[in-house]
Ligand binder design. Structure first.
Ligand code: NAP
Length: 514
């Protein structure tokens, strides 16, 4: 059902969840299990799945093994390959929505525009492009990689051909026989470049920084294995556990001793040597920073695509874009029919200014101008009853974020349980607890390869240089920290606030107030 909420349905809910990706859906499922039915999931897109609904560029796939990149409570014995592709992950999430009966709580095509904390009622006003709601508690599952970053290149607005970002792939566009410029060589671009290269007449690939790339040990999962997993789920759990263990081992070189990166770096150089015979092209594809500093990419078909005669790797930068051409930093002008932007996301600035306004009119976007920070990546002083999933410093450079998301959901559920049991109306993390926590996280990050490896990446905030995205330790440590809601770190309000009241039929208007 697209629109679960008609004008006559409640406008106030116990919980409003933003987003229906792994975070939002996982929270919805746990709320149902807890017996809470009074919640709404607001999803701006036309379908369930978050990033896996919206990113559908050719070749889109996950670079974490599917056995681990899935909910712990809903293993999927039918994964067709080790590294699932986007349609399969999107279908998996939709299967979860149906199996756990949360689809009827989801309201699609409803983009949250503003959240406003009402201290007198101790609730959040939620303004969307399809009406207003209020909620005691808001759980944000907006994800860190949802706002595309468009490059600010002189003249780009004058380009007359097709232009689109990888996240907004134009499927009406047929690249066959076209002259295409691709800007960016990150995780998304290295997946779609090999898909379009055989089709296009010419592909100009604008690389600012070469990524480190290692082989992708992908393969189909045999039917007998799928049967085995279906018959004995414990076997799949074992496989999942083994993958988890291997990936956790990577914390050592990434976060504790980056000198250990010498070994995987040699493996990546071997991969490059094997796949790119031309020494001059190889030189331009070789990174000059430590392996792991930027996200390590896995691919077997990217380098071969770059070696094809119809591909030109351009490393001189872009000085200007004209109506029908791109001019590189050396002054060479190349005519193109389309411009595809693989330029990433506003990951370090997840909340625009003016979007979330907390206690005493505090604006979260302004507070986070020098980079986001939160307590356990989840709560922020001044913003009661608001929980971020995949918030600051919960991202991973080495394993599956679904593990982190499930840890945070557990924390939020424990908070809700305690609020219900102890008749608590609001919880707000103490500023001291939040800053002490972040000081610890930043101190651990100071020796990690992401901070010391000599590169610029979206992990670091552009203004402050602070690493605001990654968790710097073993993931089980994060799970241990979020096992229980630690009330001692919070300011707690009890008693009855004024009842929330929204006039039911005023869709699109301001919330009704007493
Ligand atoms: P990205 O990794 O941030 O890559 C953006 C690319 O665009 C970089 O090569 C960057 O160069 C370049 N770029 C950005 N602005 C530019 C400009 N103004 N001029 C020239 N080049 C510019 O973005 P992404 O590839 O979309 O991936 C983002 C993240 O999404 C990934 O790191 C990953 O976490 C996630 N992702 C995951 C998967 C998966 O398999 N799980 C797949 C796709 C994406 P610089 O390096 O010089 O900045």
């Amino acid at each position: 059902m697209d629109h679960a909420t008609a004008d006559t349905t409640p406008r106030h809910h116990r919980v409003i969840i933003i987003g229906s990706g792994f975070s939002g859906l996982g929270t919805a499922i746990r709320l149902k299990e807890y017996g809470e039915e009074d919640f709404l999931v607001l999803e701006q897109e036309g379908g369930i799945g978050g990033t896996w609904w919206v990113n559908r560029y050719p070749g889109c796939a996950c670079d974490v093994q599917s056995h681990l990149y899935s909910f712990s409570f809903e293993l999927n014995p039918a994964w067709s390959r080790l590294y699932a592709t986007q349609p399969e992950i999107r279908d998996y999430l939709n299967h979860c929505a149906d199996k756990y009966d949360v689809r009827r709580h989801v309201r699609l095509r409803t983009a949250v525009k503003r959240l406003l904390w009402d201290e007198s009622r101790r609730c959040w006003w939620v303004e969307t492009d399809a009406g207003h709601w209020s909620a005691d508690v808001v759980v944000s599952g907006m994800g860190g990689l949802s706002r595309p970053a468009l490059p600010d290149i002189p003249g780009i607005q004058h380009f007359r051909g097709r232009t689109f970002h990888s996240q907004q792939w134009d499927h009406d566009y047929d690249p066959a026989g076209e002259r295409v410029a691709v800007i960016g060589t990150g995780a998304s671009a290295i997946q779609f470049v090999p898909q379009i290269q055989p089709l296009v007449q010419r592909l100009d690939l604008y690389q600012r920084t070469p990524p480190w790339i290692v082989p992708k040990p992908d393969r189909p999962i045999a039917a007998w294995k799928q049967r085995l997993y279906r018959r004995w789920p414990a076997v799949q759990k074992l496989v999942r556990g083994a993958i988890y263990g291997v990936l956790e081992g990577r914390v050592l070189p990434f976060a504790i001793n980056p000198r250990l990166m010498a070994l995987p770096q040699r493996q990546a150089l071997r991969h490059l040597r094997r796949q790119v015979p031309d020494p001059e092209l190889r030189r331009r594809l070789t990174p000059d920073y430590t392996f792991g500093c930027k996200r390590v990419l896995i691919s077997d078909d990217y380098y071969p695509a770059v070696t094809r005669p119809n591909v030109d790797l351009i490393t001189a930068g872009i000085s200007e874009i004209r109506e029908h051409s791109v001019v590189d930093g050396d002054g060479n002008e190349r005519e193109v029919d389309a411009l595809i932007l693989g330029t990433g996301f506003h990951a370090a600035d997840p909340v625009p200014e003016g979007m979330i306004v907390g206690r005493d009119g505090q604006d979260l976007g302004t507070l986070w101008r020098d980079g986001p920070a939160a307590y356990k990546g989840t709560t922020v002083a001044g913003f009661p009853n608001l929980f971020f999933l995949m918030g600051p410093n919960t991202g991973l450079g080495h394993s599956s974020v679904v593990y982190m998301i499930e840890s945070q959901i557990r924390y939020v559920m424990d908070a809700l349980r305690r609020m219900d049991r102890e008749r608590i109306t609001s919880v707000e993390v103490l500023a001291e607890a939040e800053s002490a926590y972040n000081a610890r996280v930043q101190s651990r990050l100071s020796g990690a390869v992401w901070n010391t490896g000599g590169c610029r990446s979206w992990y670091l905030h552009p203004a402050s240089g602070r690493n605001v995205t990654l968790w710097p330790e073993f993931t089980w440590r994060f799970r241990r920290q979020t096992r229980r809601f630690d009330m001692a770190a919070y300011r707690v309000e009890r008693g009855s606030p004024r009842a929330p009241h929204i006039t039911p039929a005023r869709r699109g208007g301001a919330p009704g107030r007493e």
